[in-house]
Ligand binder design. Structure first.
Ligand SMILES: Nc1nc2c(ncn2[C@@H]2O[C@H](COP(=O)(O)OP(=O)(O)O)[C@@H](O)[C@H]2O)c(=O)[nH]1
Ligand SMILES: [Mg+2]
Length: 244
């Protein structure tokens, strides 16, 4: 079965063709699924042009900027229709370098979910400004403490999931639509008893295009963690495994 690589995009026209070319050059059977939110810079049209030349590329078009989390879910649903396994997610801006994809997939031999992690031994971050580093570090500490998450990088969008993991989760019930979706998904995976592993990556800040993260995403992440904490406290651990 092919591996599906899901890439959410909003205004990534300076990155997307190079990234897809690099992924398709890897020694693996891959289906690239770009989920584009009607990017004004024409990212979607560029991917469509690639898709007409190469059947390993598809663009899922959405009418407007609907959030990183719902883009991941739209990509996952498309991956199901392609019978892909495993299913990976990554950013379009080379912060998640495609050279790590084989390591993430290899990690699935011992785990059910593998995170390309900045904070595990051997990982790191380059070029990110100090403020965003602090936000990332704080969000991870908060999520890990409140939710008992065992991974060190709970906010990373560079992940490989075994297909069965995603099939075990009711994607309709996921309430986070933005970046905090990543925390909620990890919570659901861990609560269901799936083995979560990490492989180190050096995260490099983007060179082309601009970041889409906003202050609102920080508030939303706080809400997500508090809502999941409430769910965790309300339910006994065994019940949690069944009902989340
Ligand atoms: N489809 C879609 N993609 C998004 C949205 N928000 C961010 N992205 C993409 O998600 C990835 C991560 O976003 P980025 O701006 O690099 O966030 P940062 O790395 O935290 O600064 C990039 O590929 C973005 O183009 C969205 O609302 N919809
Ligand atoms: Mg980025």
């Amino acid at each position: 079965m092919p591996a599906a690589i899901i890439i959410p995009t909003y205004n990534e026209s300076d990155n997307i063709e190079r990234l897809i070319t690099a992924i398709l050059a890897l020694p693996l059977e891959a289906q690239v699924i770009v989920v584009d939110d009607n990017s004004p810079d024409g990212t979607g049209a560029r991917v469509d042009a690639l898709a007409t030349r190469d059947a390993r590329v598809v663009c899922v078009h959405r009418p407007a900027k609907l959030g990183l989390g719902t883009a991941h879910i739209a990509g996952m649903r498309h991956a199901f229709t392609l019978n892909a396994d495993p299913i990976l997610t990554m950013d379009a801006d080379f912060s998640h370098h495609p050279r790590y994809i084989p390591n993430l997939i290899a990690g699935l031999e011992r785990h059910d979910v593998v995170i390309g992690s900045r904070y595990t031994a051997g990982g790191g971050m380059e070029g990110r400004d100090a403020k965003l580093r602090v936000v990332s570090w704080g969000a991870n500490l908060f999520a890990r403490t409140m939710l008992g998450l065992k991974a060190t990088d709970c906010t990373a969008g560079f992940r490989a999931y075994r297909r069965a993991v995603l099939e075990s989760i009711d994607l309709d019930s996921v309430f986070s639509n933005g970046y905090s979706f990543l925390i909620e998904m990890l919570f659901l995976c861990q609560a269901r008893g799936w083995r979560v592993g990490e492989v180190p990556i050096i995260y490099q800040d983007r060179r082309a295009g601009t970041s889409k993260i906003s202050r609102t995403e920080i508030y939303k992440a706080t809400y997500t963690v508090l809502r999941l904490t409430w769910r965790r406290l309300r339910l006994a651990p065994s019940a949690l495994r069944r009902s989340v």
